[in-house]
Design a protein around this ligand. Structure first.
Ligand code: PGA
Length: 246
């Protein structure tokens, strides 16, 4: 079941989700429990991360009890690579918050044993008690995380080949398409669906058609975001552009 929440602009979407995260942290820390967040990269979650940083700076909210798991990482890119998702997260979120370094998890793009690294990642999520709230973007291929079509509902954290549409969409960050990796490690669809709450964010007309398909098409591996229809608590946060085909 997908709930739709229409926002007048990116900023109000960011504020609504940041407030939800802050409330969740407050409720869980009252009973001494950590809050486990699933995090995303790309341009879409940036206003949300800016808002979380503002809450830390201006409202003094602490993120010390937070444990994070990022969705994905490019194959072959390490923490010092400017386009690695590890570096993206450090610059745009982690270095501005007080999350203990040991609580931060991102698949290892430099691993020599992807299968083991991915199995360990699944185990770490289980050991943390599962993801309480997962932030998602959506790619124009219908990917969530880097689960490109076809991705089945029972897929787990694994190595994937990136779709050429995704490589082209992300090439702006790299400056040249030839520099965009061909593979990535990503949480699977089943891993994502196990999160207790999912907040997907999409902004702008370029996402309107894939948002429509994700909500209206029958769930299938051909459009992995359609699997979200099977989640009991999934909200799509949209601006007018992203909602225009609904
Ligand atoms: P974007 O990417 O936020 O840069 O549009 C979203 C995604 O590919 O999941």
């Amino acid at each position: 079941m997908i709930a739709i929440r229409l926002h007048p602009d990116k900023q109000s979407a960011a504020q609504a989700i940041a407030r939800e995260i802050a409330d969740l942290i407050a409720i869980r820390s009252e009973s001494g429990k950590p809050t486990v967040l699933g995090l995303a990269t790309g341009s879409t979650p940036l206003p949300l991360y800016a808002e979380l940083i503002r809450l830390r700076r201006e409202a003094g909210i602490s993120f010390r009890s937070v444990i994070t798991f990022n969705l994905d990482e490019y194959e072959g890119l390490g923490p010092t690579h400017p386009q690695s998702y590890r570096r993206f997260m450090e610059e745009n979120l982690f270095r501005h918050l007080d999350i203990p370094a040991a609580n931060i998890h991102i698949p290892d793009g430099l691993t020599k044993n992807a299968a083991q690294n991915c199995a360990d990642y699944e185990e770490a999520i289980r050991d943390a008690g599962g993801i309480d709230l997962q932030i998602l973007g959506i790619g124009r291929t219908g990917h969530i995380g880097f689960n490109e079509p076809p991705s089945s509902a029972d897929s787990r954290t694994r190595w994937v080949r990136l779709d050429e549409v995704t490589r082209r969409d992300n090439s702006a960050f790299f400056g040249d398409m030839s520099l965009v990796p061909h593979g990535a490690l990503t949480m699977g669809v089943a891993t994502i669906l196990q999160a207790r709450r999912i907040e997907l964010i999409a902004f702008g007309e370029a996402k309107a058609e894939i948002v429509r398909r994700a909500i209206k098409e029958a769930p299938s591996a051909g459009c992995p975001a359609t699997w979200l229809q099977r989640h009991p608590r999934c909200t799509f946060h949209l601006d007018a552009g992203a909602a225009q085909a609904l």
